[in-house]
Design a binder for this molecule. Structure first.
Ligand code: SF4
Length: 225
């Protein structure tokens, strides 16, 4: 077997072990956006760019009391929408995108959120990350959701050597179990916030420390694959 295939096989086994450990560490894990339907999740993921999920949840509690359907958003002047979502930052752009998303849902999809990557990413402000969240959470699909935490952890765990989101997604699809892509992505976010933080990862208390090459490379030791 070639060295590349051996590494891939070893990484698949390691990924499974990492998954099992994180599953035990975070048994009640779920999406941290409090949505009730696909439209709400689409809008919340749009608002979550450069903003915390906590703030998006707070803003949307008010937002969704008034706006429940695509028609509600389309009928509303952009300036009014901007005022409500202002705390989420980049509110002018986000308000414009949300309103246009809702127009397109009505024009192209009968007012429903579409269920394919191509249709979702054709909406303004929707990239692969947002589309994978919606597909994975609402439509029983599986998607690798690559955000800043996933990028950092996937590199430290040695599952990728890329910084580009699409390349990371492709690398992770090769080593993560396909039926667990969405949940694995959530684990990356939770573990990245709680333990594997950006500046000083808490490796000595990490449940996957023995499966992770990062502490060994930090100490200048050889990585065992
Ligand atoms: S061992 Fe350290 S670098 Fe590896 S996942 Fe845990 S905290 Fe992150």
């Amino acid at each position: 077997m070639s060295r590349l295939k051996l590494t891939l096989t070893a990484n698949r086994g390691r990924a499974l072990a990492v998954y099992e450990r994180l599953y035990k560490a975070y048994p009640a894990i779920r999406c941290t956006l409090d949505y009730e339907n696909p439209l709400q999740l689409l809008i919340m993921t749009t608002l979550a760019a450069q903003c915390t999920d906590e703030r998006v949840n707070r803003v949307c509690r008010e937002l969704f009391q008034t706006y429940r359907t695509p028609e509600d958003f389309v009928r509303t002047p952009v300036a009014t929408l901007e005022e409500v979502i202002r705390p989420c930052g980049f509110y002018r752009n986000k308000a414009k995108n949300i309103r246009r998303q809702c127009e397109l849902l009505l024009e192209r999809h009968g007012g429903e959120v579409p269920r394919t990557m191509a249709e979702l990413t054709a909406l303004p402000g929707v990239g692969r990350k947002t589309a994978n969240v919606v597909l994975g959470e609402c439509f029983g699909g599986q998607g690798v959701i690559v955000d800043t935490h996933c990028t950092r952890l996937a590199n430290r765990l040695g599952f990728t050597r890329n910084q580009d989101a699409l390349k990371i997604e492709q690398d992770l699809m090769k080593v993560w179990p396909p039926d667990r892509w969405t949940l694995f992505s959530h684990f990356m976010v939770f573990h990245g916030r709680a333990v594997c933080v950006a500046r000083a990862p808490r490796c000595s208390t990490c449940v996957v420390e023995d499966l992770c090459p990062f502490p060994k490379t930090r100490e200048g030791k050889k990585i065992a694959q």
